[in-house]
Design a protein around this ligand. Sequence first.
Ligand code: FES
Ligand SMILES: [Fe+2]
Length: 361
Amino acid sequence: MKYFIDPDIRKAETLPGSFYQSEEVFNQIKEKIFAKSWQWVGDSHSLLPLTDYAHPINLLDHYLDEPVLLTRDTNQHINAQSNICTHRANILIHQPGKMKKLTCMYHGRRFAMDGKMEYMPEFKEVENFPRACDHLHQFAVKNWFEHLFVGLDPTFDLGNTLDVMSRKVGFLNLDRFKRDAATSKDYLVNCHWALYCDNYLEGFHIPFVHKDLNAILDYESYTTELYDHMNLQIGYATGADQPFDLPKDHEDYGKQIAAYYFWLFPNMMFNFYPWGLSVNVVKPISPNKTRVSFITYLPGDQEMSTSAQVLMDKVEREDEFVVEGVHRGLKSRFYQTGRFSPTKEKGVHHFQSLLCKFLED
Ligand code: FES
Ligand SMILES: [Fe+2]
């Protein structure tokens, strides 16, 4: 199926219902978008707390389902590689822990921490061994203030995105941020993952859907900035809440900024508030079901107030209510496509354009 979003937002139509319902499109998105881009997997403090350490993860359960092994070697070098033994495809490492070598428990094949095949019993007579593919397959990995991103086969670089993020929020001493389990949680939403992102990508609905949030955000000032595979929404404080204390040399110095909402294509959100960071990862399960993981990071000396927790949870429930409604609405025989507001829906237009571009390639 071919989808098209006109680059001119004034002329463009939104994606039709079939996009969100089709199993075929859902599977195409998996290979053409998720396997070709980047996924945030967590922070290296939590995942790889020590040197000579390996941590297996499954990249996007129920979707990509790709076994990935993260390692930190003696020299602090971090690798992301396939967690599949190159002999007969056994899962190589099952539990995170300290180790100096990666040894398969099935027939004893041994790899260095960087995935190089070092030893295999009973293979002396084998010709042309080891081949390049007998070492562990290596994935692209990017480390931004301890946040790790893995790309299975990415077609674009993450560098520009991370540079913009550093420019905007680098002043926050992100190295001091720690994952906070108590305020992190998952939500299961009955909608297509892209609908959840569509909704996130506009502040248009805030006065209609989020009355409490609207009271502390200045709707008129709300802005969206577009970058290559990322966009940034900026929420301004009305005065009811404490804005960021921006340093003098910051490009936004003098503005009363209450939140920086970064969205990274295709499914990641980094929401920075004066109290800390909430990372949201939108995980496709089926065309009708999505898991959204909220992971909180707090600076060493801060905590997330109860009122901030209550507000975040309330806003999430309000968003779920609308996206689940839209998900049902798109199935109607009588809905075709919609149009975009050029002033308020630039982010959604950006996202839908990227979806189409990747599906085309
Ligand atoms: S599958 Fe790993 S050594 Fe045989
Ligand atoms: Fe919302």
